[in-house]
Design a protein around this ligand. Structure first.
Ligand code: HEC
Ligand code: HEC
Length: 302
């Protein structure tokens, strides 16, 4: 049948356009970087076996000089703004580190933060003097890490000290507080006060990083998943010389962070995917019915 042939030709061309040309054009415009699936192959496997109790002693005598561990009731020695004034950035809370960072990465990181994160200046000094100490600390952090984390908690630990997320109401120093303006003047002093703190933090952070890290609310729409994945795994692979550190997420940790970026940047995605398949199904049924109808109309006319 002629119509079926035409339909076939149109379908084939559409598929070629869809799968062939667009990804091809894309690959020509962007440098292609092969990821390593968060394996950190440049770091040697740990020979030392971590001891949780020893790790606890090391953490509670050294790390807590700069870091909070909220889940263990250990408060931050300074607020986020004062930390930024001291280090250029707020050291992350350590409660969830063991759930998100690769254990091998973490141990090597503690021995030589600047080298392992591949950033020229990393404000944290080396904080473990041997591979055994590093393995003990990593084992302790793993032992206190919660089994399940919310996507936002993953983002806050891994990215939140540098990146705001406006749609998620996240600033580098915490969530935007609910405040009220004065009824008579319309002035919201508490909100202004908070803005000023964020401003002070961001200025210090920009001095430290060389520029202000971008807001990540809608990055999921601006960048492909492949870019985000390979960039987070190793920022230098996509942006040689960038100040953004390699943070050492596991693959699952990255998936959690990505889930948060999807939540804030593309909240209608689940609905759209559902609608999309319904529309496709409708077209298939409709085409079939149209063919049947045409057949019945033309019956006996040839
Ligand atoms: C002198 C203060 C200081 C001490 C002591 C310190 N840190 Fe840090 N740490 C920082 C700062 C500052 C950052 C953030 C630096 C940045 O992002 O550029 C950081 C970042 C981190 C990160 C995030 C790494 C990543 O992947 O992004 C972890 C994990 C960490 N520290 C763990 C520890 C542990 C465990 C110890 C103790 C063994 C420790 N730190 C001791 C200041 C400190
Ligand atoms: C210590 C600070 C720091 C941390 C932590 C950090 N970043 Fe960044 N990030 C930066 C800086 C600085 C830039 C700007 C890079 C540049 O232009 O050289 C940046 C840029 C980016 C970009 C934009 C790249 C582009 O060209 O479009 C993305 C995406 C990004 N970061 C994602 C993340 C994610 C996801 C995390 C957490 C897993 C994270 N970052 C953690 C500092 C940080």
């Amino acid at each position: 049948m002629k119509e079926l042939k035409i339909l076939g030709v149109v379908t084939v061309f559409t598929l070629i356009l869809y799968w062939g040309v667009e990804p091809f054009a894309h690959s020509q415009m962007h440098k292609h970087v092969e990821g390593n699936n968060f394996k950190y192959a440049d770091l040697s496997p740990l020979k030392a076996h971590g001891d949780v109790a020893k790790g606890k002693t090391l953490v509670t005598t050294t790390c807590v000089a700069c870091h909070s561990i909220e889940s263990q009731g250990i408060k931050a020695p300074m607020d986020a703004v004062t930390s930024a004034q001291t280090y250029g950035v707020n050291p992350p809370d350590l409660s969830n580190v063991g759930a998100l960072l690769d254990e091998k990465f973490l141990a090597h990181f503690l021995m030589d933060p600047a080298k392992v994160t591949k950033s020229k200046h990393f404000a944290m000094p080396p904080s473990a003097s041997s591979e055994q100490d590093a393995a003990d600390i990593a084992a302790y952090l793993k032992s206190i890490a919660p089994k399940e984390l919310k996507p936002k908690e993953a983002f806050v630990m891994a990215c939140g000290r540098c990146h705001a997320n406006r749609y998620g109401k996240w600033t580098q120093i915490g969530d935007v507080p609910e405040t009220k303006s004065n009824i008579k003047t319309g002035v919201d002093l508490a909100a202004l006060d908070f803005k000023k703190k964020v401003g002070t933090y961001q200025n210090k952070l920009a001095d430290y990083m060389g520029k202000l890290p971008p807001d990540l609310s809608i990055i999921i729409r601006a960048r492909s998943e492949h870019f985000l994945k390979t960039f987070v795994e190793d920022p230098q692979s996509q942006l040689p010389g960038t100040a953004m550190p390699r943070v050492g997420l596991t693959k699952e940790g990255f998936e959690k962070v990505k889930a948060y970026l999807e939540e804030t940047g593309d909240p209608s995605k689940p609905l759209r995917e559902e609608t999309g398949s319904k529309v496709l199904f409708f077209f298939v049924v409709f085409t079939f019915l149209a063919l049947l109808w045409k057949k019945s109309v033309w019956k006996g006319h040839h």
